[in-house]
Design a binder for this molecule. Structure first.
Ligand SMILES: [Zn+2]
Ligand SMILES: [Zn+2]
Length: 53
């Protein structure tokens, strides 16, 4: 049995990264290396930042 991790967000690409916030395995397209979080969490982080500002 192959056990290749697939991206938790797009479900199409191989997950090579792990989100530091939610722990989801995501592909490079759905991962923001700058923040080390997935695309979903980036929205949360940026949304929170905007509220503060
Ligand atoms: Zn993806
Ligand atoms: Zn995440």
């Amino acid at each position: 049995m192959e056990r290749t991790a697939v991206c938790a967000i797009c479900g199409r690409n191989i997950a090579r990264f792990t989100c530091m916030k939610c722990g989801a395995s995501v592909c490079e397209n759905c991962f923001t290396q700058e923040k080390q979080v997935c695309r979903r969490c980036l929205h949360v982080i940026e949304g929170a930042a905007k509220k503060q500002a």
